[in-house]
Design a protein around this ligand. Structure first.
Ligand code: 3BY
Ligand code: FES
Ligand code: FE
Length: 417
């Protein structure tokens, strides 16, 4: 529905120049925030969690997205379910935030009781003619892709999730993410718009100056560089990385380890990119010395030196390595507040202190996430300043941001803004 607000959002979208960051209003305005929630967090597939968030029957966890609250749970048949956290009597929230263990879902208000399948089994004082079967909890469209849970809150979810599913089921199979365990989790609230969070993650232009811990293992290849402006020493290093990349990818591919980039960006509803990245130094893992943090490798992995299967979507980034995985989901809380929930996954049988050291496992991404939160907060202050005007993206290092901004505008248009 077009109203006064959406027509002015449309004018801001019109003013976005290709190759430049977004106009201020798209990062700051309340009406844009509401539109973003509706378009990007209700009508598109979003990443919300993992099968291993609820490893056993009866495990449940609540995920809040705007005014929507979802329950991710594992039912008595060990099946994953996602239902709305809204009682079918008078709507009351069934569960509070966070993880819990339940045998039934019982509404605290008048004790309507639901099976873990969502079926209403008990509704006191509703009369013998009351048809319980019409009042089951509302299910939510979801897909488990290699153990990663994606939901879509719309009645008609984009069908092109099938491509992501095809590509990632195969690429994630060796890591067996369904049989991992969350060894650590952090919730960081960035004081910036969710699009600044995503833009920050799609470039490593800022890495050398801001991420000393990440730079030990992360190679900024994919994100490009301008050879003309590099020092002699930096150029030699960049060329060495390029050679290493070509060599390792060819060797991995020859051994059957899928590595080449696959992406679905502008022109598509579901936005994702994956590729196997090489790891610097010891080449094993994103840890302080680039060696594996866990001796128990994931899934059927027999080698620690298979780099980093990187996957991102419009509200997530993930790194799957031989010994562990790091996965982050992004949920907007307001125009200038964004939740970044990061999880560190290890083999489900890996024991802390025996197979891995928690500090070594989490060091790099705890530091990187805090550093990025600081940068996003500073960016938000800047875009709220009347002096802000959209600035040019580097064509060498920020091409992915331009793609993201273009996709953003395109999707807003497709939904009537
Ligand atoms: O890999 C990531 O998650 C992003 C992209 C480059 C650096 N970085 C923190
Ligand atoms: Fe849930 Fe009444 S609102 S039982
Ligand atoms: Fe960063």
């Amino acid at each position: 529905m077009l109203n006064k607000f959406s027509s002015s959002i449309s004018a801001i979208l019109d003013s976005r120049a290709e190759g430049y960051s977004l106009p201020a209003g798209l990062y700051t305005r309340e009406d844009v925030f509401q539109a973003d929630l509706d378009v990007f967090f209700r009508k598109h597939w979003i990443y919300v969690g993992l099968e291993c968030d609820v490893p056993e029957a009866g495990d449940a966890t609540v995920i809040d997205i705007g005014t929507t609250s979802l329950i991710l749970l594992r039912d008595d048949d060990d099946e994953i379910r996602v239902v709305h956290n809204v009682c079918r009597h008078r709507g009351t929230r069934l569960l509070d935030g966070g993880p819990t263990v339940i045998s039934k879902l019982v509404c605290p208000y008048h004790q309507w009781t639901y099976e873990l399948s969502g079926e209403l089994i008990h509704a006191p004082h509703m009369g013998t003619d009351f048809d319980k079967s019409c009042h089951n909890l509302k299910p939510v469209h979801f897909r488990s892709i290699g153990g990663l849970i994606y939901v879509c809150l719309s009645e008609t979810p984009p069908a092109d999730i099938a491509h992501l599913e095809r590509v990632m089921e195969e690429r994630l199979a060796p890591y067996d993410i369904r049989n991992t365990r969350v060894a650590h989790q952090t919730d960081v609230i960035e004081t910036g718009n969710w699009k600044l969070t995503m833009e920050n993650n799609r470039e490593c232009y800022h890495c050398a100056a801001n991420h000393p811990e990440l730079c030990v293992s992360f190679i900024d290849l994919d994100f490009g560089f301008d050879p003309a402006t590099l020092s002699e020493e930096d150029r030699a290093e960049a060329e060495e990385h390029q050679r290493l990349y070509v060599k390792r990818i060819a060797a991995w591919e020859a051994d059957g380890h899928l590595s080449s980039p696959v992406e679905q960006l502008a022109g598509h509803e579901t936005n994702f990119r994956t590729q196997r990245l090489i790891i610097a130094g010891a080449g094993e893992s994103q840890t302080p010395d680039a060696t594996a943090a866990s001796t128990k490798l994931l899934g059927t992995m027999t080698r620690k030196d298979l780099g980093d299967t990187h996957l991102w979507g419009h509200n997530a980034w993930n790194h799957f390595m031989g010994d562990h995985a790091v996965t982050a989901m992004v949920i907007p809380l307001s125009a200038n507040r964004t939740l970044v929930r990061t999880k560190w996954l290890v083999h489900k049988d890996a024991v802390e202190g025996v197979d891995y050291d928690l500090e070594k496992l989490t060091n790099v991404w705890v530091a990187t996430t805090d550093q990025d939160a600081e940068l996003v907060g500073r960016s938000q202050l800047g875009v709220e300043d009347p002096a802000y005007e959209p600035g040019p993206y580097s064509r060498f290092t920020e091409g992915q941001l331009d793609d993201f901004a273009t996709w953003y505008v395109e999707r807003m248009r497709a939904h009537g803004y």
